[in-house]
Design a protein. Structure first.
Lengths: 129, 129, 129, 129
């Protein structure tokens, strides 16, 4: 199954007054992971949207193990665990060095410009599994 | 069990280029729900933090049913479903009119200034259950 | 000239690890001010966009006097200081009680769906000045 | 005077429903520019804060020339134009390829943990000018 690890640095406005990355931000990191995994597979999500292929998050789950701090260098591993005709399930592990900060999973569904569910295009089937 | 419904309006930067509230924002709405529920119970989260009582999200789950749009008036119902000595579980239902847009649940843990788990203060026990 | 004061409360993820509302957020508050001023004049910005009338920020300026904190109740006064055929200049004063936290000004330009400058619709001329 | 150009990619939640990076985000990009310029000079802003040296934005100005889109690769040039005993003025140019998207300037002031203005530490004087 497709998998990719990306590295990035925590930005100042992503951190709250507890000095921790706000938990909602982790979902934005997960999205960055999906987009870069797609790019590795030869697809630009920006181009897919122009072609009328959108992916909407229908379910998300996250477990927070340890806080991420401002300026931390994080690594995020994104992995496709299941791909059906309209849905894709991803799993995520976010780390700082060897420390697991969070784990997550999501289900995204392929939708058209109006938000109606549509089949994942055939040209993506080979790429993503 | 404690429960509160709040109303608010979707802001422009909360909406992405699909014209939908970004899924990560829903977690920020849930947090607003928890804070207002706390306020209804007589507690200011801002004051709690000053007193060394912090709550960290340790688990979150959300199901997205239908998109929220810019300028929509939303109602969010937040409910405590379980309160232990260190953890509180909440459930959330986000609606526009009668349409359910999303459902969620979270577990928060009481931590001190350094992030160590601590017992929920006794004065909150009466208030929150 | 049109003017409106709105009240709102600082949300948790709007505050950074210095315990202050991040300076970039003030621009989002200013935008809320413009939108509510428009609503007071009888226009929904959401509807304007559907009708092909967009406003893009072309210039912004802000002076920060004093920090805003989590859970603060703020009041923002938004005022139109100049309205031309394609541009509108606003001024903003953000306060907590009597304390001025920030002042700002912006110029927005009327653009169409493709981003090309267009004249502000006639039906808005009466409303906004 | 110190100057640095950084490259980065526009993230999905940074783009609004007009398909453009929200204007408030540019201030967050400018901040990334300042932080990386500092790092090039041998300083970690995270460490400075731990040592009680904070920088607060007291004035900001931005002119928006052309929109930035989702997934664009942008380059931001940050330059110190003036450094006094307590304040530093920066200028910013944000580009996509050869196209200037925005220009900005800011004044930041050195403050202590309580927000009181303090002199920029001597060890930074050599680094930043």
């Amino acid at each position: 199954m497709a998998e990719l690890t990306i590295q990035f640095r925590v930005r100042y406005p992503e951190v709250d007054q507890m000095g921790c990355v706000h938990h909602s931000r982790f979902l934005q990191y997960f999205e960055m992971g999906r987009v870069e995994l797609l790019r590795q597979q030869g697809f630009s999500y920006a181009d897919l949207e122009k072609a009328g292929v959108f992916f909407a998050v229908v379910r998300i789950e996250a477990k927070y193990r340890s806080p991420a701090r401002y300026d931390d260098e994080l690594s995020l591993t994104t992995r496709i665990v299941k791909q059906g005709t309209v849905r894709i399930d991803h799993e995520y592990v976010l780390k700082r060095g060897q420390t697991v900060l969070a784990e997550g999973m999501s289900t995204i569904a392929c939708v058209d410009r109006t938000g109606q569910v549509q089949q994942i295009p055939e040209f993506m089937a080979g790429g993503t599994v």
